[in-house]
Design a protein around this ligand. Structure first.
Ligand code: PDD
Length: 283
């Protein structure tokens, strides 16, 4: 495999040369937060929003980070990599314990880690399954504690699916690594941020870009039954962009593959993405 540029505690080096301590709290407790920051045509998509969310995740877990230093490292990864399209994975952990302990030492120094990869952004059709959302109640925090997502997504993959759509007692939440949108009688719906979901940046960008184009997206509480009435369903994320759901395994659906509303939203998002309108930072 080609060398991947990484950074660990401020030191830029090849990813395979980075060594971490087994007493890192990221390792023992997944006591860390992260971001996936896309860039396209040398421009970062919604950089400020990603940095703000990283900062909010740290604050929510009382992780004392130097966000402007992290932001500089992300920018440095992108500018030195010479890649045109791709994403940066960036993680901040609470630090390394002297010995594993649930109770953290408030004087620990945070541990930062990131890397950059080439990535082709394209909207793919997705086959999904449905499952009960078994995660904790702070899914608004972009924490690396993702075992609920990991187990559900792998179960879904074993059923030959690309993603999973989760629900808590029948109320829709989000995808395993994405937010969910659906269309009934031409109206677009997405679970509100109070549904214990990640405040997805692609979700936010799509809502605001659609609004600018006169398309209103309703945010609220919706059920699996609502989803099964939908003529179009799609998932959003920084790497998926808008991915159309073509099948929910085990369910009869009303999904139309050439749905006009999806095509309109996808076009609006694609145009904004490709033309650089979603970028607020030029490398
Ligand atoms: N995940 N919900 C969950 C649970 C996610 O993991 C993600 C993204 C999203 C979409 O967020 P955004 O639009 O800001 O990417 C929603 C990233 C891509 C990941 O973990 O790889």
């Amino acid at each position: 495999m080609k060398n991947i540029l990484g950074v660990f505690n401020g030191k830029f080096q090849d990813l395979d040369k980075i060594k971490v301590s087994p007493l890192s709290r990221a390792y023992t407790f997944s006591d860390s937060v992260y971001e996936v920051i896309p860039f396209y045509n040398n421009k970062i998509i919604a950089f400020e929003k990603h940095i703000n969310r990283l900062s909010n995740s740290c604050d929510a877990l009382n992780i004392k980070s130097n966000i402007s230093l992290c932001s500089d490292e992300i920018l440095h990864l992108i500018s030195t990599s010479k890649l045109k399209n791709g994403y940066v994975y960036y993680q901040i952990s609470r630090g390394v314990d002297a010995l594993r302990s649930h109770i953290y030492d408030t004087s620990l120094e945070v541990e930062t880690f990131g890397y950059i990869v080439d990535y082709q952004f394209e909207s793919k059709d997705l086959k999904v399954s449905l499952c009960e959302d078994i995660r904790w109640q702070r899914c608004d925090i972009k924490s690396t504690s993702l075992l609920g997502n990991v187990m559900s997504m792998n179960q879904s993959k074993n059923n030959h699916c690309d993603e999973v759509i989760m629900h808590k007692d029948g109320e829709l939440t989000e995808g395993g690594a994405s937010n969910v949108f659906f269309v009934i009688e031409g109206n677009i719906y997405t679970p509100s941020l109070s549904s214990n979901i990640l405040p997805g940046i692609t979700r936010e960008l799509l809502i605001s870009e659609s609004n600018k184009n006169g398309i209103y997206i309703e945010e609220g509480k919706y059920s699996v039954n609502d989803l099964l009435q939908a003529e179009s369903i799609w998932l959003t994320s920084s790497t998926k962009c808008l991915g159309q759901v073509i099948e929910i395994i085990g369910y009869e659906t009303k999904i139309e593959l050439n749905n006009e509303v999806f095509q309109k939203c996808n076009k609006i998002f694609k145009n904004a993405f490709l033309s650089g309108q979603l970028n607020n930072n030029i490398i």
